[in-house]
Design a protein around this ligand. Structure first.
Ligand SMILES: Cc1cc2nc3c(=O)[nH]c(=O)nc-3n(C[C@H](O)[C@H](O)[C@H](O)COP(=O)(O)OP(=O)(O)OC[C@H]3O[C@@H](n4cnc5c(N)ncnc54)[C@H](O)[C@@H]3O)c2cc1C
Ligand code: FES
Length: 302
């Protein structure tokens, strides 16, 4: 058989002159850089969660480290491993970053034993973020279940620091028990200084609990929803997304104005190892922040 090989010139053929981006280098720039950092403060939030304040050692690198609410970092505990963690501090803060860590397994247990001055490695920031600018001029509902308040804290800082850009800001927060509530020492500041309306609920109260008991969806009766002018961010266990977003969609909030953070087991954080894939989607690069419409179209995502 006679094959005709087309003449191709690497200098002129657009298909050959631009090599395919197999490794998604354009999307993962900066992400294999390890920043040396040191723990400069630790707050014990609950029995299982600690807040670590980290300072990047090199001043120039510290000033250049730039992230957006919703993004995460890979924290390396030398000799033990690396874990993905949402950046929970203000995106405006160039002095330090904060990570809220639940004691979940091997690496996070070692991290919980760390002291002030412990040296760690940090890669990132990674992934997609909440479109805070798009929400300007609207009401925002920030909804968290349990540890979900950690990724939600960066958007809360954003809303507080740009308070006049938003109409009503509500934080709806639910945990199983009062003792599991995170960042309780900041609630007064959020409400009184930043004019954020905080609504809390627990599944099971204790003798000191004077608030509401039940599921987070029960808090919707405290908020008047204006569907055409409201954006929503939901962080927490995926099972919560369905109930919360389904309810709000029923109230008329479009699916593409509700954003969730989808966490999967991750290894590289930069679209190389395929560990975090849901179907053909990399949750580390294409996520972790997705709008609810996209999540519903991701098979078995929630
Ligand atoms: C984008 C992203 C953001 C995250 N943000 C935070 C955060 O702000 N604070 C926080 O405490 N944790 C967060 N996590 C979860 C955290 O990464 C895991 O708890 C951690 O990797 C566990 O590591 P380990 O070595 O201590 O435990 P392992 O020994 O690896 O695992 C212990 C247990 O944790 C589960 N686990 C491991 N990795 C994950 C994961 N990625 N998601 C859910 N469960 C997991 C395992 O199934 C196992 O049951 C986040 C995860 C992702 C993907
Ligand atoms: S964590 Fe490696 S591809 Fe997403």
């Amino acid at each position: 058989m006679d094959y005709k090989v087309p003449k191709q010139d690497i200098n002129t053929d657009p298909l050959l002159s631009k090599s395919p981006d197999f490794n998604r280098k354009s999307a993962v720039m900066k992400t294999d850089k390890v920043y040396k950092c040191e723990i400069i403060n630790i707050v014990e939030l609950t029995e299982f969660e600690k807040l670590f304040r980290l300072k990047i050692a090199d001043r120039t690198e510290r000033e250049l480290f730039d992230f957006r609410p919703g993004q995460f970092a890979m924290l390396e505990v030398p000799g033990f491993g690396e874990v993905p963690l949402s950046i929970t501090s203000s995106a405006n803060n160039k002095e330090y970053i904060e990570l809220c860590v639940r004691k979940a397994g091997r690496t996070t247990e070692v991290l919980h034993q760390a002291r002030l001055g412990t040296k760690l490695g940090l890669r990132g920031p990674f992934g997609t973020s909440f479109p805070m600018e798009e929400m300007a001029g609207c009401n925002i509902l920030l909804i968290a279940g349990g540890l979900g308040l950690a990724p939600l804290r960066a958007p809360i800082y954003w809303a507080s620091e740009n308070r006049n850009q938003f109409k009503e800001v509500h934080v709806l927060y639910g945990t199983k028990e009062p003792a599991q509530m995170l960042f309780t020492y900041q609630y007064g500041e959020w409400e009184k200084v930043n004019n954020i309306k905080l609504h809390t609920i627990v599944e099971k109260g204790d003798s000191d609990w004077k608030g509401r008991t039940g599921l987070i969806t029960e808090l919707f009766d405290e908020v008047t929803i204006d569907p055409q002018n409201t954006y929503v961010i939901v962080c927490g266990p995926p099972v919560m997304f369905k109930f919360v977003c389904h309810h709000l969609n029923g109230e008329g909030i479009p699916m593409n104005r509700m954003f969730v953070s989808l966490e999967r087991r991750m290894h590289c954080g930069m679209g190389k190892c395929c560990r975090c894939m849901v179907g053909s989607t990399f949750t580390c690069v294409d996520g972790p922040v997705f709008d609810y419409w996209s999540v519903l179209n991701l098979k078995e995502a929630i």
